[in-house]
Design a protein around this ligand. Structure first.
Ligand code: ADP
Length: 392
């Protein structure tokens, strides 16, 4: 029997999954059920060298998850039920600083965190509950996006609002992308030979973007806050704005809180600035052909990221390395070059040849002197699979 572990990320209208063979530490299949709840709901399952795409007539989580397991079995990617199922859960509030085996008590706490992540936690719960009903004998593990940042000191996690709001409503900064920051910082430290003592800043740049200051393996500060809207400029999310913007737009345009929040989440960031796209590849291509607003959007993205990295450095007593990860961090030579140029005051400098080849054998793209800059491919799903295996 193979050591198969299924990793699930259930969203409000999608379920992403990856199947790992842990003996070989490889992903054997992955896929996505998308547009759930609509007439064109579909399931795509990919494995090395092939894929299948099927329509879904029933979008209930239970039916979708059962179908995923059925396809994996039909394609002989699964020879028995998974040993354990690992779930990516967005918000663990102040309850969870590590992955946990899911019990009724854990479910209850995830439910209690739902007001902090109203789009994500209920969907994560629905996926867990559907699988528990289908396969009650398979243990399930929750791995939280917020958990790594539970080490943040109060000075970094408190907002300067009445303290009662923290005590009563748990209004505070939580941070996200924790699985990725924890992995890439540890990986960078290992590659650079500084696993014991280090000060590292990791920049996870995908559709969502966040950066994190890591001291000796612990998160000390991060750019996302109570929700994943705070911090860096992202694909469609604004990142930081003046909190007075809501009142101003209400007065000037009659927008209510939902309208402003929707605009900040879905119509802002690179899409809002460029008026063109949220996709970095598209914007880089447009900018190189002279599109002024795409150029401006790129400039804002890089400047704001560098500005946040400068701020994060104040949490560290030493600065050894900057790590780039996520679709943009791993692939965009242009963004890496601009961000590092904006950080020259910290002694960062790139080796343009190494940057053009996405790093040397270790992923390093920096000049020999000064703090290192390194590209590390994130492995969030594999980390969830490893955490799940470790717990059973
Ligand atoms: P998600 O956060 O959804 O997991 P990814 O980490 O895959 O997203 O990142 C998606 C982003 O990475 C997109 O903006 C995409 O344009 C960008 N990206 C991927 N490849 C490149 C590339 N070669 N150059 C620039 N940007 C890239």
């Amino acid at each position: 029997m193979s050591q198969n572990i299924l990793v699930i990320n259930s969203g409000s209208s999608s379920v992403k999954f990856s199947l790992f063979n842990m003996q070989q530490q490889i992903e054997t299949a992955s896929g996505l059920a998308e547009r759930l709840g609509s007439d064109d709901a579909a399931l795509t399952v990919k494995w090395p060298g092939d894929q299948t795409c099927q329509t879904l007539t029933d979008s209930a989580y239970g039916t979708v998850l059962k179908r995923i397991i059925a396809v994996l079995t039909e394609q002989q990617l699964l020879d028995s039920l998974p040993l354990v199922i690992g779930h990516r859960v967005v918000h663990g509030g102040e309850f969870f600083s590590d992955p946990v085996v899911i019990t009724d008590g854990v479910l209850d706490r995830i439910r209690q965190c739902s007001p902090l992540a109203p789009l994500h936690n209920p969907a994560n719960l629905a996926g867990i509950e559907a699988l528990a009903a289908l396969y009650p004998d398979i243990p399930q593990v929750a791995v939280f996006d917020t958990a790594f940042h539970q080490s943040l000191p109060a000075k970094a996690f408190l907002y300067a609002v009445p303290y009662k709001l923290y005590e009563e409503q748990k209004v505070r900064r939580y941070g996200f992308h924790g699985v990725s920051h924890q992995y890439v910082a540890a990986e960078a430290a290992a590659r650079l030979g500084i696993s014991e003592q280090h000060g590292i800043i990791s920049a996870h740049l995908g559709n969502g973007c966040s950066a994190c200051a890591v001291a000796n393996g612990q998160s000390m500060d991060t750019t996302m806050g109570m929700t994943p809207l705070e911090g860096l400029v992202m694909g469609t999310r604004s990142g930081d704005v003046d909190p007075g913007l809501h009142q101003f737009l209400h007065q000037q345009k009659g927008w209510d809180v939902e309208t402003v929040t929707d605009m900040l989440n879905k119509e802002s960031g690179m899409l809002g600035l460029s008026g063109l796209s949220n996709d970095m590849r598209t914007l880089e291509a447009a900018a190189s052909e002279g599109a002024a607003r795409a150029q401006l959007a790129l400039e804002v993205f890089c400047f704001r990221l560098a500005r946040h990295i400068g701020g994060l450095a104040t949490s560290l007593s030493r600065l050894d390395a900057l790590v780039f990860t996520g679709g943009i961090g791993e692939n965009s030579r242009f963004i890496r070059a601009q961000v590092v140029a904006n950080l020259a005051i910290f002694g960062f400098a790139l080796d343009p040849v190494l940057n053009a080849q996405d790093g040397d054998a270790l992923g390093r793209i920096s000049a020999p002197a000064g703090p290192q800059v390194i590209v590390v491919k994130t492995k969030e799903e594999l980390m969830i699979a490893q955490a799940a295996l470790a717990l059973i």
